[in-house]
Write a protein that binds this ligand. Structure first.
Ligand SMILES: Cc1cc2nc3c(=O)[nH]c(=O)nc-3n(C[C@H](O)[C@H](O)[C@H](O)COP(=O)(O)OP(=O)(O)OC[C@H]3O[C@@H](n4cnc5c(N)ncnc54)[C@H](O)[C@@H]3O)c2cc1C
Length: 367
């Protein structure tokens, strides 16, 4: 049996490892000249680690160093808006890991035979019979996995009338700062703007900024230094410690709910199926869950029964997480002085059980 995988990001490579481990031939078509990821960190939460465990890849990631979940949200002056008991979270749900994205990609890539990887291959069209047309010719498989991200050509080929991704009103910047002492994972909210930072296992510091802005508006490090100059320590120092070209910017898009993730010999996974806001840090974790579930059910039940089982297992869950992720970010991006003042009074008084109800469903997944 052969699986053609369109896209060699975290979702596509995980699918490739999962099918390869089950004895399938795999071919990963990636348009970029090499398999790598943007210069940023990635939090793999307990559910994502559990998915990697099914492939024997959870422990190699844990061995590099565990991290703590976000212990709450701070105000730009430094005071706490909410607190979460991280020890309780870890006891109930498992471990967290924060990695450089490229390290996770390298780990996954090592689990796929080198001759299955086809970088520099841009897919142009996909058909339900398992034919994939690309710049280097045509590939055919018993299954085609569309793991080609939010602007998926697979999705547009098979469902030309599916709703387009929707800009959610905020843009993100990410960077890796040189090693420096910081307390742990922190996130701070202002008015329509957020700053998060957390240490990587080697001491470098992954930083992310999420700011309300019209789609397509650009900003560089100088703008960011100005914007966050009066935020609590160590935020200004982190921004001052990186060179001008260290920052990558992406606008945030969310995919409106699709009515199915499967058709004929095709399955969508990851951002191609359910691109979501970054608010819960669950996009890649859901892609990991998708990939191992898909390989399990299709290998066991075949096509089409396995694809139906995949759609049934994954669509309700991932669409619920897309919705929760959007809701979780809403209050962070209020700009009205009245609403943010109200938020700053109400948030510290929210019972922990309220926050727990938003987060727990994401963490408790098992295959
Ligand atoms: C600021 C920010 C922070 C985030 N933090 C987290 C986090 O901490 N934890 C978490 O779990 N998630 C996080 N996410 C979400 C996560 O990054 C994504 O959900 C995840 O990377 C999606 O993986 P994917 O493989 O589905 O898609 P992608 O990473 O988009 O990969 C798609 C691949 O397909 C390739 N491709 C596209 N079109 C074609 C084509 N036509 N032919 C061939 N190849 C093609 C692309 O080059 C790419 O390599 C964050 C997102 C943002 C924006």
């Amino acid at each position: 049996m052969k699986a053609i995988i369109v896209g060699g990001g975290i979702g596509g490579l995980t699918a490739a490892v999962a099918f390869h481990q089950r004895g399938w031939q795999v071919e990963v078509l990636e348009r970029a000249p090499e398999f790598t990821e943007v210069g940023a960190g990635l939090v793999v939460q307990p559910n994502g680690l559990r998915a990697l465990d099914t492939l024997g890849l959870g422990d190699p990631l844990r061995a590099k160093g565990l991290s703590d979940p976000l212990p709450g949200i701070r105000h730009k002056s430094g005071g706490w808006l909410t607190r979460i008991d991280v020890d309780d979270l870890k006891r109930r749900f498992g471990q967290w890991v924060t990695e450089h994205r490229a390290d996770l990609v390298d780990l996954l890539r090592a689990g796929v035979p080198e001759d299955s990887l086809r970088p520099g291959t841009e897919v142009r069209q996909v058909r339900t019979d398992g034919t994939v047309i690309h710049n280097n010719g045509t590939s055919t498989g018993d299954l085609v996995v569309g793991a080609d991200g939010v602007r998926s050509v697979t999705r547009r080929s098979i469902w030309p009338h599916a709703p387009a991704p929707r800009y959610v009103g905020y843009t993100t910047w990410r960077l890796i700062a040189p090693p420096q002492p910081i307390e742990g994972h922190r996130e701070t909210w202002g008015s329509g703007e957020r700053f998060g930072y957390q240490p990587l296992p080697d001491g470098r510091v992954y930083c992310y900024m999420i700011v309300n802005a019209p789609a397509g508006s650009r900003g560089d490090l100088t703008d960011l230094r100005e914007r966050f100059a009066d935020w609590h320590d160590p935020i200004p120092a982190l921004l001052n410690s990186v060179p001008e070209d260290a920052v990558v910017q992406h606008d945030s898009y969310e995919l409106p709910n699709l009515s199915t993730y499967v058709a004929g010999k095709i399955a969508l996974l990851g951002d191609a199926a359910h691109a979501m806001t970054p608010n819960l840090g669950q996009g890649a974790c859901q892609a990991l869950e998708d990939a191992v579930t898909l390989a399990t059910v299709v290998d066991t039940l075949g096509v089409p029964a396995g694809l139906e089982a995949y759609d049934h297992a994954r669509r309700p869950r991932t669409q619920m997480i897309v919705r929760r992720s959007r809701q979780f970010g809403t209050t962070a991006h209020w700009t009205s002085a009245t609403l943010t003042a109200l938020r700053d009074v109400v948030l510290p008084r929210l019972p922990e059980s309220f926050i727990d109800r938003s987060l727990a469903p994401a963490y408790t997944w098992t295959i």
